[in-house]
Design a protein around this ligand. Structure first.
Ligand code: ZN
Length: 104
């Protein structure tokens, strides 16, 4: 929080469920619990459903899975398969090529 902001534009902000940092909506990645498809990453921010926001940092995603923050935020139990799929997808959109080389 900076109290010295003189900006007149209202920027919608979202809170990262992992680090609790606040950022402009478009700087975050939205993840949504949908009725039919389970957990999906919603890059356009248009999907209906319970959503949560995370920073564009791989660390925040890993942390949120470790601590089950996403599960809580979405009121949904994320399976390990879903986690893997989400993490690999996140790695792609974040462009962390080095990180994704380790195989499990
Ligand atoms: Zn974060």
């Amino acid at each position: 929080m900076s109290g010295s902001g003189g900006s007149t534009k209202h920027v919608p902000q979202r809170t990262c469920v992992s680090c609790r940092g606040k950022k402009a909506k478009w700087e975050m990645v939205r993840i949504v619990q949908t009725t039919n498809d389970g957990i999906v990453i919603d890059l356009r921010g248009k999907k209906a459903g319970r959503g949560a926001y995370l920073c564009r940092q791989r660390g925040c995603w890993e942390e949120s899975f470790k601590r089950r923050r996403l599960d809580h935020a979405l009121k949904y139990q994320i399976s390990s398969e879903e986690r893997k799929a989400i993490l690999s997808y996140v790695s792609e959109i974040l462009g962390n090529a080095e990180e994704s080389q380790k195989c499990s």
